[in-house]
Design a protein around this ligand. Structure first.
Ligand code: DHB
Length: 298
């Protein structure tokens, strides 16, 4: 059996398959063997509760979906007391996704999580649906935010990057220079869909974030560009639906992958991909997944 474990800072995952923020939760345990998954990421949690955006909040489009949830969540205090125990009971590493409008909001939420059993943090600096300081778009602000976060936690910190930027390498490098243990990309791409009966936008918030198979080539491009400049591990996200999709990200330079939208289509997809990567390795005499990571020949 091939060695599939990978490291993100001090955190070791038994395989490189992670379930993406906002697309999974303890309810998935009814449909799939979550123990076979490398790690699971919570929906983004903010310091204070958020009600989210006006409905409709989701709509299907060709090859994917748009969503504009607006970061609805019960706030860090209630999340830790009422929701987190169920997540931790799954028996796999739980990574807390944290979002905020200001540096202090991120820092305070992370401080609250620090004494819990979460295994690490994914910092959402790239929500397409909530106005505020957009840390993911400004390399200087992102470097400073990452530094402040690293100052208050010993757990691994993953910075989740937005594709909605003009220079992905500048933001990727800022996260690395700020001390991030890894970056993950891409978050959703701005999009919208028109209702032709009344010529309005379908989503209550007008615009949303595009995800699903249609964004995979874009995601691969961004992972490729980030891999040219970053030394820290990269987690690839965007449109992964099967094992070959995941392998493409690993070959291009990602150390792990996140599965998002496809969990809604096939809640067993993460397990199928974890098994599929293992089979691919044995069939190709790959002893360690590290032989595959970044093995592109260009
Ligand atoms: C939301 C947040 C995201 O980071 C994203 O990619 C899509 C939607 C949200 O809560 O609206």
């Amino acid at each position: 059996m091939a060695e599939l474990s990978i490291r993100i800072g001090e955190l070791e995952l038994k395989n490189p398959v992670i379930l993406a923020s906002g697309t999974c939760g303890p309810e998935l345990a009814k449909f799939t063997e979550l123990k076979k998954i490398g790690a699971i990421i919570t929906k983004s949690v903010t310091l204070d509760p958020m009600l989210g955006n006006l409905p409709p909040r989701t709509v299907e489009v060709c090859g994917g979906m748009l969503n504009s949830i607006g970061l609805e969540n019960p706030g860090v205090h209630q999340f830790i007391n009422q929701k987190l125990p169920e997540w931790l009971a799954l028996g796999i590493p739980v990574i807390a996704s944290v979002a905020g409008k200001t540096k202090d909001e991120y820092v305070e939420a992370i401080e609250r999580f620090e004494s819990t059993e979460v295994s690490g943090f994914e910092i959402n600096v790239s929500c397409p649906n909530v106005k505020g300081v957009e840390f993911g778009k400004d390399p200087d602000a992102l470097l400073e935010l990452t530094r402040e976060i690293k100052r208050v936690t010993k757990k691994p910190v993953i910075i989740k990057l937005s594709p909605n930027v003009s220079d992905i390498q500048a933001v990727a490098l800022a996260a690395e220079q700020g001390g991030a243990d890894a970056i993950s990309l891409i978050n959703t791409i701005y999009g919208l869909k028109i209702d032709l009966t009344d010529r309005t936008s379908i989503l209550g918030n007008i615009t949303g974030g595009l995800s699903g198979p249609c964004i995979k080539p874009v995601a691969l491009y961004y992972v490729y560009k980030a891999s040219e400049v970053c030394k820290i591990p990269i987690i690839g996200i965007g449109g992964i639906t099967n094992t070959p999709d995941a392998l493409e990200f690993l070959v291009i330079g990602a150390s792990a992958v996140e599965i998002g939208t496809w969990n809604f289509v096939n809640p067993n997809v993460g397990v199928e991909i974890a098994d599929g990567i293992e089979n691919y390795c044995s069939q190709n005499r790959i002893k360690d997944i590290k032989e595959l990571i970044g093995s592109r020949r260009f």
